[in-house]
Ligand binder design. Sequence first.
Ligand code: CIR
Length: 253
Amino acid sequence: MPRLLVRRPSPRLADGELTHLERVPVDAALAQRQWDGYVAAFRARGWDVTELAPADEHPDGVFVEDTVVVFDDLAVITRPGADSRRGETASARRAVEASGLPTAAIQAPGTLEGGDVLKIGRTAYVGLSSRTNEPGIAQLRALLAPRGWDVVTVPITTVLHLKTGVTALPDGTVIGYERLVDDPSVYERFVPVPEAEGSAVVVLDEHTVLMSASAPRTAELLQGRGLEVVAVAVTEFEKLEGCVTCLSVRVRG
Ligand code: CIR
């Protein structure tokens, strides 16, 4: 059974890091309800949900994807590029270890955030961004090469993380909002979507993706490609430069 690691939102979510967006008011109660809806959408499809210990002192702690990336049965504990987020990894590591997955960790001076890692087949595209640096990518490459993974570095300038700009459909086609994608030709197959919030999908199974309810025209486009779309409201997290991918770590087994 696939497993989902999540962490409930901090009451301080509104104080989270912002890089490309202006700060706007965040409704903490609505954020909690949206998070409940996000988790429920996975539960309804048979995912087993593990909650990390709350980390209310970390406004961005809900964006748990940035702290752990899973490759086959190896969990790589990251070293976030944002100082304010470094303290989030200890509890993520404990949860991963409790679940029995072997771990490895990115070490200083390397930095890496999970939002910069897009896996397609056995290729990991890794954003070289304001959060993920060359030494972090080199360490990841050294961990993955013996396991048969290719690591492709993708310079990121227009958005926070690689996966803010692009994600992949179940068949490996990369989708993105073109204005926010530095170089779509990096990917074998790229399809532009009409809304910025439509660029992030989580693959639930071969025929189904989960995405933001803020992107109805993208949902139609994906349905037109024969996919079932599960739409969830995540507006309060989008205000903090988050999206559907960053709210969880998926362990697919
Ligand atoms: C940050 O700047 O770190 C948070 N406000 C948003 C992190 C979003 N993470 C992700 O897309 N993987």
